[in-house]
Design a protein around this ligand. Structure first.
Ligand code: RIB
Length: 303
């Protein structure tokens, strides 16, 4: 039975700076506080799916350092199968440095580190797992050549492929066209569409255009506004719940893990986005990425 989600992607050790603004050029600026958190888009999405109860497998690399050990241990503690995370000697673990401002905006830089040590052989090694997986979730924080190889392999193994095309970067259209679902935020959508998306109506049009261009279902997340989904050509706006957001790192990843879970329950993609919006509404009310993501009961009790 295909009851598994496989996430192929990044694990980052996040340093989250809580501050009122970004520093000016040449300025040394004290911040209100800092938090250290297990992150990386791949690991975050895997943790959310696992917390919701899906058998979830993570494929990726960490460095042979304290941060790498912490990232594996945290993912495992949240229920992710970590057997396919390799530890790479002599390379630092991936890292995220994130400024989280009071208005909820987030400015993030990532250090690739061991995430760029994922190889084709690592993907080949999990082929038996892919044969049992319903959904493979990918992002763009491992080498592009490996990501495109993984997309092809996952399709050949009969999996549904969800690509979180983030961070936005050039990827040949033919690979996007192989994906079943592509998820982007408004900034990433602007990159792929080569036009700004300033309003929900523009996001609707953008999602519809991406759906046509890539023959895929499309989700454009819009932060505290919500998300737009193009599901089999039908475009729907899913408003976000109004909550007192504390910090939004990983909110998009929580959404994607939620979509993965909901699709495994045979929800339509539009229904899955509604469920996912409930997950990320909880995630933004707490600090950090993985630590703040809800378990299934919590989501169900919040609805
Ligand atoms: O989506 C949030 C994540 O992006 C952070 O955890 C950071 O590590 C980057 O990968």
């Amino acid at each position: 039975m295909r009851d598994k989600i496989v996430v192929i992607g990044s694990l980052n050790y996040d340093i989250i700076l809580k501050s009122s603004r970004l520093p000016e050029c040449g300025e040394t600026m004290p911040v209100d506080n800092a938090a250290f958190s297990a992150g990386g888009k791949g690991a975050n999405q895997a943790v959310q799916a696992a917390k919701l109860g899906v058998p979830t497998y993570m494929v990726g690399c960490v460095g042979e350092d304290a941060q790498g050990a912490y990232l594996v241990q945290t993912a495992k503690a949240y229920g992710v199968n970590t057997d396919h995370i390799r530890t790479i000697p002599g390379v630092p673990s991936g890292m995220g440095v994130i400024s989280a401002l009071e208005d909820g905006s987030v400015f993030a830089s990532i250090v690739r580190g061991a995430n760029y040590a994922v190889t084709r052989e690592n993907i080949d090694a999990v082929e038996p797992l892919l044969q049992q997986a319903a959904i493979v979730i990918l992002q763009m924080e491992i080498p592009m050549e490996i990501n495109t190889y993984a997309i092809q392999k996952a399709k050949a193994c009969g999996c549904k492929v969800l690509l979180n095309a983030a961070p936005a970067m050039e990827i040949p259209n033919r690979y996007l066209q192989m994906c079943d679902i592509i998820v982007v935020n408004e900034v990433e959508a602007a990159f792929y569409l080569n036009t700004e998306l300033g309003t929900v109506d523009q996001a609707r049009e953008g999602a519809a255009r991406m759906a046509r261009d890539y023959s895929a279902d499309i989700i454009v997340t819009l932060g505290k506004e919500g998300a737009v989904v193009s599901d089999q050509g039908s475009v729907t706006f899913i408003p976000a719940r109004e909550v007192e957001a504390i910090e939004t790192t990983g909110a998009g990843d929580s959404f994607i893990g939620g979509v993965g879970y909901a699709l495994m329950q045979n929800m339509t993609l539009t229904e899955a986005c509604q469920f996912a919006a409930d997950c990320s509404a909880i995630t933004v009310c707490r600090l950090g990425a993985q630590d703040s993501m809800p378990a299934l009961k919590e989501v169900q009790n919040s609805i």
